[in-house]
Design a protein around this ligand. Structure first.
Ligand SMILES: *Cc1c(COP(=O)(O)O)cnc(C)c1O
Length: 491
C-alpha cells in the first residue's frame, strides 16, 4: 500500500488560480458539502429507526406524500428545504425494505458496504461508457465482472456486464442469442434486419418469468414462436416433455430458469442439455434467467439445485436481489464475449475484445451509465467467496425456519423449500388473502400474495441478508396472530 497514490497526493492545480476562481471553487464545494451533510443526517435518522419501526408506512405517512405535488416548477424551493422534505415526508413513507422483516416480491436489502460505496461513487459521478471517461470506474467494473463470473461458478472465459436489472439483462442476452442464431444461417441480421430472416423457434417453460415474455416481444421474436413445455408441481420444466429436435432443426432459442419466483426451484439443466446435445440440433442457444436463483451456484450447500447451469450460453442475474447491492443493478453474462460485443457494439467495426478494451457502451444496451459495479465490487471484495456463500445459505436457512414453524402451526407449505422462497396457504383463498392483508396492515413484517397452481398463497422471500432467525420468529408470531384474528372473524 505504501506505493499507492491517494487523493491528497494528487498534484494541486491551484498555484495559478485567480482569487475569483479560488472563491468559486470553495463555494461550489461548500454547497455540496452542506447539502450532503443534510442528506447524510436524514439518512442517518432513517437508518437508526429502520429496524425498529413498522415495515409498511402508516396511511397518514402515505397521505402526507401529497406534499410532493405542492412544490411546482414556478415556485421552486431552496435546495436545503428540498432535502429536508425528502428526509421528513419521504423517509416516513419509505418501505422498510431493510428492516430485516421485509419479505415481499424478491426484493433484497442493501449491504452496509454497498451503501457506503454507492454514496462515494455518486460523489465521483463517473460515466462508464468508455474507459477514458473513468479510469477508476472502468477498472473497478472489470474487477467486479471477473469476480461475478467466478463466484457464480460460470465458465472463466465468460464476460459479465452490469445493467439496470434482470429484465434488461434478459433482453441483452436474447438479442445476442437472436443475432447469433440468425447469423449462423448465413443471414446478416445487422444489414438485412429481421424481416424475411429465417425464423427462430423458442422453447420455454410454462413458468417462464413475465419479463422473459416481454423480452421476446421486444426482441422481435414474438410469443407465437414459443413452444411451451409443461412444468412439474415445483415449477420445474419437465425434460421428458421437451420437443424433439434433430440435425435438421432450425435456429432454436431455449429459455431456462434458475429460481422460480414462487417456489425457488430451478429447471433440470443437466437433463435439458443432455437432451439438446443428443438431438444433434446444430444451431441452439441456451439462456438462463437466474435473477436470484443463479446465486444458489455460489454456495456448495445449494449448488445441487442448479446443477448444470454453467452449460448455458448466457445468463441474467441481479445484484439488487440476493447480493443486496442497491438498485438498479442487473448482470448479463455471455459465455462467448465476442458474441455479446458483436450484438452490442456501437460501431460497425467489430473489433475483438482485448485486455484493457472493455468499453461498456459496446457490451450493453446503454451508452452513458453509472458505475453500478462499484457497490457490487465492494460486496464481493469484502465478503469473498465464503462470505457470499454464507449470506446466501443464511437466507435459505431462514426460509426453512419459516416453513418449519408455519407448518408446525398448521399452515400448508405448498412446495418444498430449496432456496429462499416459501409458499404458504392458510386454508381457502379468502382466508389466505385475509391473512396476507392483515399482516401487511399489522406492520411487523411485509409479505405479498400470489397464485400457485390454482391456489392463493402467501409468498415469503428471504432476500435481505441482514434478516436473522429472530426477525423470522417475530414475523412468524405476527403472521400466526393475524391468522388467529382472520379465522375468528370467519366464525
Ligand atoms: C425479478 C426477476 C426478474 C426481473 O428482474 P428485474 O431486476 O426486476 O428486472 C426476472 N426473472 C426472475 C426469475 C426474477 O425473479
Amino acid at each position: 500500500m505504501s506505493q499507492t497514490q491517494t487523493m491528497s497526493d494528487r498534484s494541486q492545480v491551484t498555484g495559478t488560480q485567480s482569487d475569483e476562481l479560488a472563491e468559486a471553487n470553495e463555494s461550489n464545494s461548500a454547497a455540496k458539502l452542506e447539502l450532503l451533510e443534510l442528506g447524510h443526517r436524514a439518512a442517518r435518522r432513517f437508518i437508526e429507526a429502520e429496524r425498529n419501526t413498522e415495515v409498511m408506512p402508516s396511511p397518514k405517512a402515505i397521505a402526507d406524500l401529497d406534499a410532493f405535488d405542492h412544490v411546482g416548477l414556478d415556485d421552486p424551493w431552496p435546495s436545503a428545504e428540498v432535502i429536508k422534505l425528502l428526509g421528513s415526508v419521504g423517509s416516513a413513507a419509505a418501505m422498510g425494505q431493510n428492516s430485516g422483516r421485509y419479505f415481499g416480491f424478491v426484493n433484497g436489502g442493501v449491504a452496509p458496504v454497498a451503501l457506503a460505496a454507492a454514496a462515494l461513487s455518486t460523489a465521483w459521478d463517473q460515466n462508464l461508457a468508455l474507459p477514458v471517461m473513468s479510469p477508476a470506474g472502468s477498472r473497478i467494473d472489470a474487477a467486479a465482472a471477473r469476480m461475478i463470473v467466478d463466484v457464480l461458478g460460470l465458465p472463466s472465459q465468460a464476460v459479465a456486464t452490469f445493467c439496470g436489472g434482470a429484465t434488461i439483462a434478459n433482453l441483452t442476452a436474447v438479442i445476442t442469442a437472436r443475432d447469433t442464431l440468425i447469423e449462423r444461417t448465413g443471414w446478416d441480421v445487422h444489414r438485412q434486419g429481421l424481416s424475411g430472416a429465417p425464423p427462430i423457434s423458442v422453447i420455454a417453460s410454462a413458468e417462464a418469468h413475465i419479463s422473459v415474455l416481454k423480452v421476446l416481444r421486444l426482441a422481435g421474436i414474438g410469443s407465437d414462436a414459443v413452444t411451451v413445455v409443461p412444468t412439474d408441481d415445483c415449477g420445474r420444466l419437465v425434460a421428458a416433455e421437451l420437443p424433439e429436435l434433430s440435425p435438421q432443426s432450425g435456429p432454436t432459442l431455449v429459455l431456462l430458469q434458475a429460481g422460480n419466483v414462487n417456489t425457488g426451484h430451478s429447471d433440470p439443466f443437466d437433463a435439458i442439455h443432455d437432451h439438446l446435445e443428443a438431438s444433434g440440433a446444430p444451431n441452439t442457444w441456451v439462456h438462463v434467467d437466474g435473477a436470484f436463483g443463479l446465486w444458489a451456484n455460489a454456495t456448495p450447500e445449494r449448488r445441487q439445485h442448479v446443477a448444470g447451469v454453467e452449460r448455458a450460453d448466457s445468463w441474467a442475474t441481479d445484484g439488487h436481489k440476493w447480493l443486496n447491492s442497491p438498485y438498479d443493478a442487473g448482470v448479463v453474462i455471455c459465455a462467448d464475449p465476442a458474441r455479446l460485443h458483436r450484438s452490442m457494439a456501437s460501431t460497425a467495426a467489430y473489433l475483438p475484445i482485448e485486455d484493457g478494451e472493455r468499453s461498456l457502451m459496446n457490451l450493453g444496451l446503454q451508452m452513458s451509465q453509472a458505475a453500478r459495479a462499484v457497490p457490487i465490487w465492494a460486496i464481493l471484495a469484502s465478503e469473498g467467496r465464503d462470505g457470499v456463500a454464507r449470506a446466501v445459505e443464511g437466507c435459505c436457512r431462514v426460509a426453512e425456519h419459516f416453513a418449519d414453524r408455519l407448518a408446525a402451526a398448521g399452515a400448508e407449505v405448498l412446495a418444498p423449500v430449496v432456496l429462499n422462497q416459501v409458499l404458504v396457504s392458510f386454508g381457502d383463498g379468502a382466508t389466505t388473502d385475509g391473512v396476507v392483508e392483515a399482516v401487511q396492515r399489522d406492520g411487523t413484517c411485509w409479505m405479498g400474495a400470489t397464485e400457485w397452481q390454482g391456489r392463493r398463497a402467501m409468498r415469503i422471500s428471504v432476500s435481505d441478508i441482514s434478516t436473522t432467525i429472530a426477525d423470522a420468529d417475530a414475523s412468524i408470531d405476527a403472521v400466526l396472530a393475524c391468522r388467529e384474528r382472520v379465522t375468528k372473524q370467519d366464525l
